[in-house]
Design a protein around this ligand. Structure first.
Ligand SMILES: [Zn+2]
Length: 505
């Protein structure tokens, strides 16, 4: 049994003007052929795909295609997608395979293609033909398009937010593929669009307003007749057609397990839900001091690198260095290769005056600071937790700059903003400070809550602003909440059941 395996993973933020280039994929390990499984077979979804031999009860001859992972950011640079598609599909044209397992994101766009995941699925389908089963995994924040649903036999999405189920999602995909290979059957598919987008704060799957619905979704997939059930709460900073939430169901039995109109209604009723009191930059220190002890973990959602923002916002940074915070001081990071270079040139112990941040983010200005270089080095670590499993992270060179009682970890490259691992790998201690910033809207809670004295959500203008109604999108289908005046789902003629096909054997 020969099974092709490939990965193209990046979340795109259309508001981020910094394009994602080949070098950004190389930082996370851009490989093809046998190295896909040999080097990355225990990383993320691929670690779950590895369950296929057990599911099949026979050895698998893995046919590695391409493994391309980059951290969330701006759209792919012109021409890059064509290069990645060619690298993914060339090995399929040379060898016959029995099935395909792909790890994709689903909310990924390029300057020259708004639906990267759909485009990749279409190319893979063209290479293997109509009869070879293709199962693809997606992020829970995917924007499912009819093209994706058409080209894949089954789409399998994360069931957790914060995302901690990369491996089990891969395993669920392997389980689906094994069933199709064993029985020679293909499930029926239904794709139901809900015309809404919301920010990610307060939308965890394990507690809060969505938790009950998620219990229903996970339970629905557990049935033997069901291949996959997913609710995709799309990330809203993606300028693309079909933008909106999706209920996707693939089942071998006659009827889908969930009533899509009822689920759509359940989601729709939560659309205005916003249980969060956002702290403005000017009120940040006061809000943190109102919480006893430390650290207070603060979501800098508007500059969430996990949501593809630039990672160099200065709105909160300016408030932190304006006065002594006390109680262990502040800790934050900022993507600023120029400032990293200045600190490396000056050396440890030097006092430097420089401008920090605001060079990539169109929603803020650089901040002039004077501080002491406390450490220089490189920032490499292996991420496990929200956002990755055994994921090798390379944020380039780094410098720790002390300004007032705040330590700014300056880095050359963007990377996970949700994990305290970033700070410990940089030689700073997120447990002993008073206030620590996480460039993540919600997922950071999985990693910070076990030791944080409190959690705050801050908000300011930025590429990943939680105030979705303020962003301008050109390509999304209309009408859609919150951009248009909509009372019910059925008023959006483009939404509802937009794709379906029957089961076949
Ligand atoms: Zn996500």
């Amino acid at each position: 049994m020969r099974i092709a395996v490939g990965q193209l993973l990046q979340e795109t933020n259309s508001l981020n003007p910094v394009l994602t280039r080949r070098a950004d994929f190389e930082l996370y390990g851009l490989v093809s052929g046998a190295a896909v499984v040999a080097a990355y077979g225990d990383v993320g979804e691929l670690a779950g795909f590895a369950a296929l031999p057990e599911e099949m009860g026979q050895p698998i001859d893995w046919h590695g295609l391409l493994r391309a992972v980059a951290w969330s950011g701006g759209p792919l640079a012109p021409g890059l997608l064509a290069e990645l598609v060619e690298a993914m599909t060339a090995p399929l044209r040379a060898t016959q395979v029995d099935g395909v397992l792909l790890s994709l994101h689903g909310a990924q766009s390029a300057v020259d293609e708004v639906d990267v995941s759909g485009c990749m699925l279409q190319a893979v389908r063209a290479a293997v033909g109509a009869d070879v089963p293709i199962v693809a995994t997606l992020d829970l924040h995917a924007n499912i398009t009819p093209l994706m649903a058409t080209q894949a036999d089954v789409l399998v999405g994360y069931h957790t937010f914060p995302h901690v189920d990369h491996v089990s999602t891969g395993r669920r995909a392997a389980h689906c593929l094994a069933r199709m290979l064993r029985d020679g059957t293909r499930p029926a598919v239904r794709m139901y669009k809900i015309p809404m987008v919301v920010s990610s704060e307060g939308r965890a799957t394990d507690h809060g307003v969505q938790a009950d619905l998620w219990r229903q979704i996970v339970a629905a997939e557990a049935s033997d007749d069901v291949a996959s059930v997913g609710l995709y709460m799309v990330q809203p900073w993606l300028d693309a057609p079909w933008l909106g939430w999706t209920l996707y169901q693939a089942c071998f039995g006659a009827a889908p397990p969930l009533d899509e109109i009822a689920v759509g209604q359940q989601c729709w009723q939560t659309r205005r839900h916003r249980q969060i009191d956002y702290v403005k930059p000017a009120g940040l220190l006061q809000a943190a001091r109102a919480i006893a002890g430390g650290p207070v973990a603060v979501s800098e959602g508007h500059d969430a690198t996990n949501s593809g923002a630039t990672g160099d916002s200065t709105h909160l940074l300016a408030a932190m260095v304006d006065e002594e915070i006390g109680g262990g001081g502040g800790l934050c990071f900022c993507v600023d290769p120029e400032a990293v270079g200045r600190c490396h040139d000056a050396g440890v112990g030097a006092i430097v005056s420089l401008s920090v941040g605001g060079k990539r983010d169109p929603f803020c200005e650089p901040l002039a600071v004077q501080g002491t270089v406390e450490g220089v080095g490189v920032l490499h670590y292996t991420l496990s937790g929200h956002g990755g499993h055994n994921l090798p992270v390379d944020m380039g060179r780094m410098a720790r700059l002390r300004v007032s009682d705040t330590t700014i970890v300056l880095v050359e490259e963007t990377g996970p903003g949700s994990s305290p691992q970033l700070y410990t790998a940089a030689g700073a201690d997120p447990r002993t400070c008073k206030l620590v910033l996480a460039k993540s809207p919600e997922g950071f809670r999985a990693d910070y809550e076990p030791f944080a004295a409190g959690i705050l959500y801050a908000a300011a203008p930025g590429c990943a602003t939680p105030f979705i109604e303020q962003i301008v999108l050109q390509l999304s289908n209309r009408p859609i909440f919150p951009f248009d005046d909509l009372d019910k789902v059925s008023q959006a003629a483009w939404a509802g059941l937009v794709y379906q096909r029957g089961a076949r054997s």
